[in-house]
Design a protein around this ligand. Structure first.
Ligand code: ADP
Ligand code: MG
Length: 245
């Protein structure tokens, strides 16, 4: 579904991504994980066309992502970021439906889609009329997810969507996201720095270090057959809250 071929990126002479070849299949969730600054967000921004790679190409369903095709192809991808990225002056309803209305959807069609997504994301109905500042962090992320899913994209890209939430709200949203990913069967790329979250939500984990893939595989594969001592160090450095409790 989503293919990366020979993609690399530098910022002011510093390499953020070394040449990468990656493929993200349909109906699979891949968690991108790694230390801060290893290139996770840059990779996602390249996938959605917000950052142009220095070399290489991204393809969505076989179609190259270019300056000309980016706007159209972006409609086939939903994107959620840590802070939600909602417009503060628009209600939850208007944030979620903005793009659809811009594309000429009728009020009825947008309202019908909104109702289905509200149910899917389990956002309380009365939250729809509120502004982002009047929502809890978890509700804001549910609205961001509704907005990302509005056009029923084939690909869903999430950059630390739960990074700013406190633990119980986070656990609730993790459980809901797991059900949503399973129900929708989309190509999902989820950035997280939490290995527990990656193992819980994703079929595969892609561990990055300094812009390179260290290992890609299931959580089990990473723990049982680490490709590099860094994999073991990374796993051991994570805090496992229930260990020894
Ligand atoms: P992560 O999301 O894994 O924490 P990023 O992809 O945000 O990492 O950043 C990777 C590297 O690229 C970092 O060294 C960061 O400082 C640098 N970087 C990212 N975006 C920019 C930018 N727009 N301009 C300059 N440097 C950037
Ligand atoms: Mg980041």
């Amino acid at each position: 579904m989503l293919d990366v071929r020979g993609v690399s990126k530098e910022f002011r002479g510093q390499t953020a991504l070394h040449p990468l070849d990656l493929s993200f299949p349909p109906e699979r969730t891949v968690a991108v994980i790694g230390p801060s600054g290893c290139g996770k967000s840059t990779l996602l921004r390249v996938l959605i066309g917000l950052v142009t790679p220095d070399r290489g190409e991204v393809r969505i369903g076989g179609e190259p992502l270019t300056r000309e095709s980016a706007r159209r192809l972006r409609h086939r991808m939903g994107y959620v970021i840590q802070e939600g990225g909602l417009f503060p002056h628009l209600t939850a309803r208007d944030n979620a439906t903005l793009l659809a209305r811009h594309l000429g959807w009728t009020e009825a069609r947008a309202a019908e889609r909104l109702a289905a997504l509200r149910e899917l994301t389990r956002l309380p109905e009365d939250a729809l009329g509120r502004f982002p500042a009047e929502l809890s962090g978890g509700q804001r992320q549910r609205v961001s997810l509704m907005r990302a899913l509005m056009l029923d994209p084939e690909v869903l890209l999430l950059d630390e969507p739960m990074g700013a939430l406190d633990p119980m709200i986070r656990a609730d949203l993790q459980a809901d996201l797991k059900a949503i990913f399973a129900e929708l069967g989309k190509t999902v790329v989820l950035v997280t720095h939490d290995l527990g979250e990656a193992a819980y939500l994703a079929h595969e984990i892609l561990l990055l270090r300094e812009g390179r893939v260290v290992q890609r595989g299931s959580f089990d594969e990473l723990t049982r057959a680490p490709a590099d001592p860094f994999v073991t160090r990374f796993i051991q450095a994570q805090r496992w809250p229930l260990e020894g409790a």
